[in-house]
Design a protein around this ligand. Structure first.
Ligand code: NI
Length: 138
């Protein structure tokens, strides 16, 4: 099996805030992240499969790019995640939860290969890996 990773980029704003808690408790739990702020996210999508005998490719990169763009980047780019994305109206849009969101948007949508991992960088100091909940889950 060969693992192929494609990288994509988007910018988004978010804040960490739990509506069921007081402002004081939110600030205690999330610090300055309670204030709306932005990140330049880097999303790495890794697929696994056997290279096609004719094309030599695990996945058609043009198709993969189109799916990642349509299913994730175009949805999240230049958005305020807490306000614009239904899922994050009730779920705190942490790097963890955005990675899982991207996984769910991409799983079973990639023709000819299997989604193996979603890695999401929030900035150079933090990234999250998500392997789904299936047999590959790490
Ligand atoms: Ni943040």
């Amino acid at each position: 099996m060969v693992y192929v990773t494609r990288r994509a980029f988007f910018c988004a704003a978010h804040r960490y805030y739990d509506q069921s808690l007081s402002s004081e408790k939110n600030r205690e739990q999330f610090g300055p992240c309670v204030n709306t702020h932005g990140h330049n996210y880097e999303l790495e999508v890794t697929v696994v499969g056997e290279p096609d005998e004719k094309t030599g490719m695990v996945v058609n990169l043009t198709s993969l790019d189109a799916i990642v763009k349509k299913r994730v980047i175009d949805i999240l780019d230049h958005k305020n995640l807490n306000v614009d994305i239904e899922e994050f109206k009730s779920v705190v849009p942490t790097t963890e939860m955005i990675a899982r969101y991207a996984w769910m948007r991409l799983e079973n949508c990639i023709e000819g290969a299997t989604l193996y991992r979603v890695r999401l960088y929030e900035d150079p100091t933090l990234f999250v890996d998500y392997y789904g909940e299936g047999e590959h889950a790490g």
